[in-house]
Design a binder for this molecule. Structure first.
Ligand code: ZN
Length: 244
């Protein structure tokens, strides 16, 4: 685990066990509360982070946010059994549906208590959760339960897996909805954009992602010239063409 200080009150904890992907857990330290964005692959990883921020947590409320249901973003939830966990209302159901398959396919990455702990504070379709410091809103795309988090003080936006370098991963036939979400990010024009597996995404990269989705909509074959990207692209094509 590596800690990257994005600004004095915003940290990225970077994990590299899921090579070739890096995976982030973000921690936002606010005057009244501390926010943890995603819980990576288990409570043992979360214990390391919580030990690191022990002093900054004193006397503050704690909130956890699951940006979406994928295992590499929620398996650390058991650490936060007593903490409000904010997510889209479908997140818990989708976690349940994929729990057994994910454990059998990816279980070697699990570090800690193997238990399914579902979110407790639920956001509706097109809904949001807000206080003085933080705005959390529904941003379907990579998955239908996607949430994004805007830190209103730093003007940093956290987008889960809706943006990813070098290529996004699509799991649903929802390209128009995905484009709407990305256009929303462009309009917000935040100071920094951070994603679940990529730091410091630029507006240009969002525009390129929108163009990529537009190309997918045409259904024409696309040569990406790189075998890793090509493989993900072909999976994206299959999902994008799937029956709803
Ligand atoms: Zn994901």
């Amino acid at each position: 685990m590596e800690k990257r200080i994005l600004d004095p009150h915003s940290y990225a904890y970077i994990f590299n066990e899921l090579d070739p992907f890096i995976t982030m857990v973000f921690v936002l330290i606010k005057p009244e509360a501390v926010y943890i964005i995603d819980t990576y692959c288990g409570s043992e990883y979360m214990a390391e982070i919580m030990a690191d921020i022990e002093n900054e947590l004193k006397g503050k409320k704690l909130y956890v946010i699951n940006t979406h249901f994928h295992w590499d973003h929620v398996w650390g939830n058991p650490y936060f059994e007593q903490t409000p966990i904010i997510a889209h209302y479908l997140c818990g159901t989708l976690m349940e549906e994929s729990w057994e398959t994910d454990l059998s396919e990816e279980g070697q990455h699990f570090k800690g208590e193997k238990r399914l702990v579902k979110p407790t504070v639920l956001i509706e379709d097109a809904g949001s959760w807000e206080n003085e410091d933080i705005y959390i809103f529904h941003t379907p795309g990579h998955t239908r339960d996607g949430l994004s988090v805007l830190d209103k003080k730093s003007d940093f936006l956290y987008v889960g897996d809706n943006l990813e370098r070098p290529i996004i991963q699509i799991y649903e036939n929802n390209l128009d909805v995905y484009t709407d979400t990305l256009n929303k990010y462009v309009q917000m024009n935040p100071k920094q954009i951070h994603a679940g597996h990529s730091l410091a995404i630029t507006l240009t990269e969002i525009e390129e992602t929108i163009q990529y989705i537009d190309a997918l909509k045409t259904g024409k074959p696309l040569e990406l010239g790189d075998s890793f990207c090509q493989e993900i692209h072909e999976s994206n094509q299959r999902y994008a063409a799937a029956e709803e």
